[in-house]
Design a protein around this ligand. Structure first.
Ligand SMILES: O=C(O)COP(=O)(O)O
Ligand SMILES: [Mg+2]
Length: 229
């Protein structure tokens, strides 16, 4: 069955792995935290697979080297504080928009649709990152991982964004890179399209069954213009 996007009035975007390749700056901050503890540095490729469930999970994975690892709060809490400090110092030094993002956002804006970011990254890092890369002004609102009581895949952050936009779930589209985004959209009752180049824990995003795959965000305005892909 073909996905029907005819009712879409707003588009919610994931940030890390969808709009921005932020892993290089995250990796620098993670490795500074590990160095302080005398732990060996991790490859950026490995750190990429740990992004998407928020900063705390990222640090828990880095400290243990395991996706589901938990070193205990007594180790996680101070390491997380340090990570926040290091990441805040260089949030947009090596991070870049993915190809097609600028034109995609401009094209969706031209269609008159509302746009917003819903990320598991804390808002105080998401805002300056979007600003530095020149796309903050496209967004009516930015919901960070610390803005709702729980993170994606819980529906709460998406609902908060939709509330702010005055749009029903059936009128909104989520664009993401991971099973976390697909789960959040499904839990909210929204359609979801995914890009193949993001983080998704190293797994194929097709396995999460989004409504549609896009090669890049450059395809998004055309998909929404025809409103039935
Ligand atoms: O895990 C994070 O901190 C960010 O993840 P997201 O932008 O992909 O939601
Ligand atoms: Mg992501």
């Amino acid at each position: 069955m073909k996905a029907d996007f005819s009712k879409v009035r707003a588009v919610l975007y994931d940030l890390d792995g969808t709009l921005v390749d932020s892993a290089p700056d995250l990796a620098v901050a993670v490795n500074r935290v590990l160095a302080d503890r005398g732990q060996p540095a991790r490859e950026e490729a490995e750190i990429r697979r740990w992004v998407g469930n928020g900063a705390r999970r990222l640090i828990m994975r880095a400290l243990t080297g395991e996706h589901h690892g938990d070193p205990g709060d007594e180790h996680t809490d101070p390491a997380l504080e340090q990570f926040f400090q290091y990441y805040g110092e260089r949030v947009a030094e090596r991070s870049r928009l993915y190809p097609g993002v600028s034109e995609g956002l401009a094209g969706v804006a031209e269609l008159g649709l509302a746009q917003a970011v819903v990320t598991n990254k804390p808002r105080r890092f998401a805002e300056p990152l979007l600003e530095a890369l020149g796309v903050r002004d496209y967004m009516a609102t930015v919901v960070g991982g610390d803005c709702a009581p729980v993170k994606k895949p819980d529906p709460a952050p998406l609902r908060l964004a939709l509330e702010r936009l005055g749009v029903e779930p059936s009128q909104a589209l989520m664009v993401g890179d991971s099973a976390v985004d697909v789960g959040a959209a499904r839990n909210t009752g929204m359609k979801v399209v995914c890009v193949p180049y993001g983080y998704n824990a190293g797994n194929a995003i097709e396995d999460a069954f989004p409504d549609l795959m896009l090669h890049s965000l450059a395809e998004l305005p055309g998909m929404l213009r025809s409103r039935a892909a």
